[in-house]
Design a protein around this ligand. Structure first.
Ligand code: FAD
Ligand code: EPU
Length: 337
C-alpha cells in the first residue's frame, strides 16, 4: 500500500510518498538505500507536502533522554524522535529550567537544530553543546560541536553544506544551573524580574495559544515566512512611509522586519485561495481550512510574496520546507528570481 503523508505533516494536505520507513533504532539508518530520493521527517510541523513525493520518507521516531548533573550545568542528551515540547515540560517538572521560552514549539528534538528554533527572545543554539548524526557521505555517525552547526536566525549548516547529507540522531543540551529568566521579548517584559521559570512557561503557552492555531484543530505550519533582514537605511526609508512598522535591531548594519506586520498592513489577513487562507489572528500563519491542495497553497504564497514585494520592496522567503514530487522546492518573488 502507498503510504499517505496527510497525517504526517501538520498542514495536512493530501499526499503520498513512494515508501516510508519509521526509524526507532538508529542502526536502521545504516541499512537504508540512499541511492533513491529520500526526505528526513520529524513531526512535519515545518514541512508541507504540496504533492505526492516520489521517494522514501525517513521518519525519525527514536526515543530516550539521559540527564546528568555537572558542576555548572545540567547535561541533557535527547534522541531525535523525542517531542520537543514534552522535553521542555518534563525538564521543568524535574526542576530543570532554561527552555521555558521555547515551550509549545511543535516538532521533534532532531529537527530543532535544523532551523535553530526560536521564540520569545531565545534560540536553541544557546543550549546546544553537540549534535550527533549519521553522515550520508561517509555513512558514519559523527558529532558536531555548536560552532560546527553554524547557527543563525532560522538557519544552520543543516540547511546548507549538510543539507540532505546528515541525519540528526541525538542532541546534547547544556542548561546552566545559574538560571535567569529571559524577559526581553514583547509581552514577557511585563513579568516581574524575579519570576519563576514555571510562570514564564505558562505565560509563553498562554500567548502562543492566543495567536497561533493548534494544528490538530486547524492545520498550519506556524510562521510561513521568515522575518526579513534589511539594511538600516532601507528600514529608515520604509519607516518614513510606515511610521508604525515594528523593527528589531540585529547588528550595526541590519534590522529585522516583522513579516506578519508587512502582510497584515498590506490588508492580506483573511485572503484565501480555495481552502488555504491567511490566518485572521496572525498574518504570518497560513491555514488549511479543510480540503486545500498544494496548487492553492502555491498560488497564495506567490500572491503574498508579490504584494509584499510591490508594496515594500522586500523579498519574503518561506520558512516552511515545501516538498513536491521531485523533492524540495523554493518559491520566491523579487530579489534574484
Ligand atoms: P519537520 O517538519 O519534520 O522537518 C523540518 C526540517 O528538518 C526538514 O527539512 C527535515 O528534513 C529536517 N529534519 C527533521 N528531522 C531531522 C533529523 N532528525 N535530521 C536531519 N534533518 C531533519 N518554529 C520556531 O522556530 N519557533 C516557533 O515559535 C515555532 N512555532 C510553531 C508553531 C506552530 C503552530 C507550528 C505548526 C510550527 C512552529 N514552528 C516554530 C516550526 C516548527 O515547529 C519547527 O521548525 C520544528 O523544529 C519542526 O520540527 P518537526 O519535527 O516537525 O520537523
Ligand atoms: N504583527 C502584526 N500583525 C500580525 C502579526 C504580527 O502587526 O498579523 C506584528 C506584531 O504586533 C508584532 C510583530 O508583528 O509587533 C511581531 O509579531 P510576533 O511577536 O507575533 O512574532 P512574529 O515575528 O510574527 C516570530 C517567530 C515565531 C515566534 C514568535 C515569538 C519567525 C518567522 N516567527 O513571529 O516563530 O514564535 O516570533 O518569538 O521568526 C515559527 O517560526 O513558526 C514561529 C511561530
Amino acid at each position: 500500500m502507498v503510504p499517505s503523508l496527510q497525517s504526517l505533516h501538520t498542514f495536512a494536505l493530501p499526499a503520498q510518498s513512494k515508501s516510508l520507513c519509521v526509524i526507532d533504532d538508529v542502526a536502521q539508518l545504516e541499512r537504508l538505500d540512499y541511492s533513491q530520493p529520500y526526505y528526513v521527517l520529524g513531526e512535519g510541523s515545518n514541512t508541507v507536502f504540496i504533492g505526492d513525493y516520489d521517494g522514501l520518507v525517513i521518519k525519525m521516531a527514536t526515543k530516550g533522554v539521559v540527564i546528568s548533573k555537572q558542576d555548572d550545568f545540567i547535561e541533557v542528551i535527547a534522541q531525535a524522535g523525542e517531542n520537543w515540547h514534552s522535553l521542555v515540560s518534563s525538564l521543568l517538572k524535574q526542576g530543570i529550567p532554561g527552555l521555558e521560552n521555547l515551550a509549545l514549539i511543535p516538532g521533534t528534538v532532531g529537527a530543532a537544530p535544523v532551523q535553530n528554533i526560536g521564540a520569545y527572545g531565545v534560540e536553541i543554539c544557546r543550549f546546544v553543546h553537540q549534535v550527533r548524526g549519521f553522515n550520508l557521505d561517509t555513512l558514519k555517525f559523527i558529532n558536531l560541536s555548536n560552532a560546527d552547526c553554524q547557527f543563525h536566525y532560522r538557519d544552520s549548516v543543516f540547511k546548507h553544506a549538510l543539507k540532505g547529507r546528515f541525519i540528526i540522531t541525538e542532541v546534547t543540551l547544556r542548561l546552566s544551573t545559574a538560571w535567569r529568566a529571559t524577559l526581553s521579548y514583547g509581552p514577557l517584559q511585563q513579568l516581574p524580574k524575579d519570576v519563576s521559570a514555571q510562570v514564564v512557561f505558562d505565560e509563553v503557552i498562554k500567548i502562543r495559544q492566543s495567536k497561533l492555531p493548534d494544528p490538530s484543530q486547524l492545520p498550519n505550519a506556524g510562521s510561513f515566512f521568515k522575518n526579513p533582514m534589511v539594511g538600516k537605511l532601507d528600514a529608515e526609508q520604509l519607516l518614513q512611509r510606515f511610521p508604525d512598522m515594528p523593527i528589531f535591531p540585529v547588528d550595526e548594519q541590519r534590522v529585522k522586519l516583522a513579516a506578519g506586520w508587512l502582510i497584515d498592513n498590506a490588508g492580506l489577513k483573511g485572503t484565501h485561495v480555495g481552502a488555504i487562507r491567511v490566518y485572521e489572528k496572525q498574518a504570518l500563519v497560513l491555514v488549511n481550512a479543510g480540503q486545500g491542495c498544494g496548487e492553492e497553497l502555491k498560488q497564495l504564497i506567490v500572491a503574498i510574496q508579490h504584494k509584499v514585494n510591490m508594496m515594500y520592496g522586500v523579498v519574503l522567503e518561506h520558512e516552511v520546507r515545501l516538498i513536491d514530487c521531485a523533492g524540495e522546492c523554493q518559491l520566491q518573488v523579487g530579489g534574484n528570481d
